[in-house]
Write a protein that binds this ligand. Structure first.
Ligand code: FE
Ligand code: FE
Ligand code: ZN
Length: 294
């Protein structure tokens, strides 16, 4: 199988996609994920086609395929919310346009949080929003992320995502991003990943699975917390994550790390990817990364 692996990387206004590609290459990745601006806000700049072109050249030289690169929508967008509905829909329409301009075909989206709204109402807002956003010609698939079920998050089980997908008119451009930390925190048992995958296939269908977020979790199964941990250092564990990464049914699907920086400063991705490629857990990983940067 061909391992398609990368991490979340930055996208800065001055270097844009070129900067993201360079960062991913530094970590030894053959794909990556980025936000088209800061994840916590919706301010977005103009795309410089010159930088995009240079990024494409560099990708080509290094065997990175455009179709494996992922964009993540900012997490403050909430399609559930009545007051912010128009704003969120407009932002996501523009975000799809930006994806198209950059040549990106996969946009990961958190379905939303119902907060004070009745759950059914919140979910129908998500469906309504997606049907407006997808009513264009852009070849961009929106990948709904499986959520930990923190607070009032929608997408806390496969059934909720299935319900949304069932009501989206544009089935060819809707998909799912499976986050290992989130499904573990939501209660799925990664000690038996084959069973989880069978359930995913039965409820949603494996054909909808477009992206995998590979993260360990700081909390026990079913905690509904959503706190990522470095690979092999959390409650899921190295062997269980390796089963996900190398599962033959997930061959060809991009795997993206969103594990935390060491001491909130040092990116762990180069070392984590080396560990994944060698298939051997390195218990000294954190110390080695600290030493490298000091
Ligand atoms: Fe996410
Ligand atoms: Fe994620
Ligand atoms: Zn998360």
């Amino acid at each position: 199988m061909e391992l398609i692996i990368g991490s979340h990387v930055s996208y800065k206004s001055d270097t844009q996609l070129l900067g993201s590609v360079k960062e991913a290459l530094k970590y030894g990745e053959n794909t990556f994920m980025f936000y088209t601006g800061a994840p916590q806000n919706t301010r977005r700049g103009v795309i410089d086609d010159g930088l995009t072109y240079q990024a494409y050249q560099l990708m080509k030289e290094n065997g990175m395929k455009l179709e494996n690169i992922i964009v993540h929508a900012p997490y403050i967008v909430n399609l559930c919310n009545d007051e912010k509905f128009d704003f969120s829909v407009n932002f996501l329409k523009n975000e799809m346009e930006r994806c198209e301009e950059l040549g990106m075909t996969k946009l990961v989206l958190h379905p939303g949080s119902s907060v004070g709204l009745e759950r059914n109402h919140a979910i129908s807002n998500i469906i309504k929003g997606l049907n407006i956003i997808l009513s264009n010609q852009y070849q961009v698939t929106i990948c709904l992320e499986t959520m930990a079920g923190k607070g009032t998050e929608v997408g806390r089980n496969f059934e909720e995502l299935k319900f949304i997908i069932d009501h989206v008119e544009y089935k060819d451009r809707i998909g799912v991003c499976l986050d290992t930390c989130h499904i573990h925190d939501a209660g799925y048992d990664l000690n038996d990943f084959d069973h989880v995958l069978e359930e995913f296939d039965r409820v949603i269908g494996l054909n909808y699975l477009k992206v995998i977020h590979v993260n360990d979790s700081k909390n026990i199964r079913g905690s509904h917390k959503d706190r990522h941990e470095n690979i092999g250092f959390g409650e899921i564990g190295f062997d269980n994550l390796m089963k996900v990464i190398y599962h033959d049914k997930l061959d060809g699907i991009p795997k993206i790390l969103e594990t935390p920086y060491i001491d909130k400063e040092y990116p762990p991705y180069k070392e984590e990817i080396e560990m994944i490629k060698s298939k051997k857990f390195n218990e000294k990983l954190v110390d080695e990364i600290r030493r490298k940067y000091q």
